[in-house]
Design a protein around this ligand. Structure first.
Ligand code: MN
Length: 285
């Protein structure tokens, strides 16, 4: 059975105590098993408070982030790489302290549009940083997920094939491929091939619609995707991601180019997605 999750940005743009409480309460009441907490600014996440809320509501958590252009392990500038590693270390510490078994996302570069291809020195810096992160994460029992995202959000990993090459280079057992249907819909030949290519190295899944709004109202081929997950016996987490200018995280919303309202009622959106994903997974089985 797949655990079902939802990204915190369906509920809140920040992580103050009232925001965290609202997000955790709503996630639990919509029937999800876990909430994915963005840790783009690790210092802004009160881990003890978060852990307490999770325990109170019997909810699990995962953590995710994308790096920044001034804190980017794929840079050729050692100072920028060092800030990227510090950011990853901070995010890993939050994941450990909130009890998340998973830290994923665009951990290998900035989350944003690059003006040039990845450089060779940048790639070496990226691999070195990911090896270090994987080792520290292994010591904490945490899995590292490299999310495959589209060309406007990184120049390092746009396809599953590229992710597998990077995984081979990093060469650590606790590093997995993280697929997201929104990005697959842009870069991959179809929604089933990447699942087959990743095979047992698929460790985390985001489901998002082509416009990031209500599932089933865009062009993503969800039946093919869910069937592929079943065929390859994927039993990991499936987390719903959706973004609207109705809920804004100053950093993340702009990086993701969330410029319009795809929805205004997070509760309705979340319940709809929970039903949609559960039905899709059941149909694929
Ligand atoms: Mn995603």
């Amino acid at each position: 059975m797949n655990k079902l999750g939802i990204h915190a940005l369906v509920w809140v743009g920040g992580w103050s105590q009232p925001e965290a409480r609202h997000a955790v309460e709503q996630t639990a009441s919509a029937g999800y098993d876990l909430i994915e907490i963005p840790v783009l600014s690790p210092a802004s996440v009160d881990a003890a408070m978060t852990r307490e809320l999770l325990e109170e509501h019997g909810l699990e958590a995962t953590c995710s982030l994308g790096l920044r252009f001034d804190a980017d392990v794929s840079s050729r500038d050692p100072e920028i790489v060092r800030r990227g590693e510090d950011l990853l270390d901070g995010a890993l510490a939050v994941a450990r302290e909130v009890g998340s078994p998973y830290l994923g996302g665009v951990l290998y570069s900035a989350l944003g549009k690059y003006a040039a291809p990845l450089s060779e020195p940048g790639r070496r810096n990226c691999v070195t940083a990911l090896r270090r992160l994987a080792q520290k994460a292994a010591d904490a029992g945490i899995t590292i997920g490299l999310e495959v995202v589209n060309r406007y959000e990184t120049n390092v990993v746009n396809t599953t094939e590229q992710a597998l090459v990077l995984l081979d280079e990093v060469d650590a057992d606790n590093v997995v491929v993280h697929l997201d249907t929104y990005h697959m819909n842009i870069e991959e030949p179809d929604l089933a091939t990447p699942v087959r290519q990743a095979g047992s190295r698929l460790g985390y899944v985001h489901v998002g619609e082509s416009h990031r709004g209500y599932l089933g109202t865009g062009t993503v081929d969800f039946p093919a995707f869910f069937a592929a997950l079943a065929e390859h016996r994927y039993d990991g987490v499936v987390t719903f991601e959706s973004f609207s200018s109705a809920v804004v995280n100053p950093q993340l919303s702009s990086s993701l180019a969330v410029w319009r309202d795809l929805w205004s009622d997070g509760r309705d959106l979340a319940r709809h997605a929970r039903t949609f994903v559960a039905a899709g997974l059941a149909a694929g089985d």
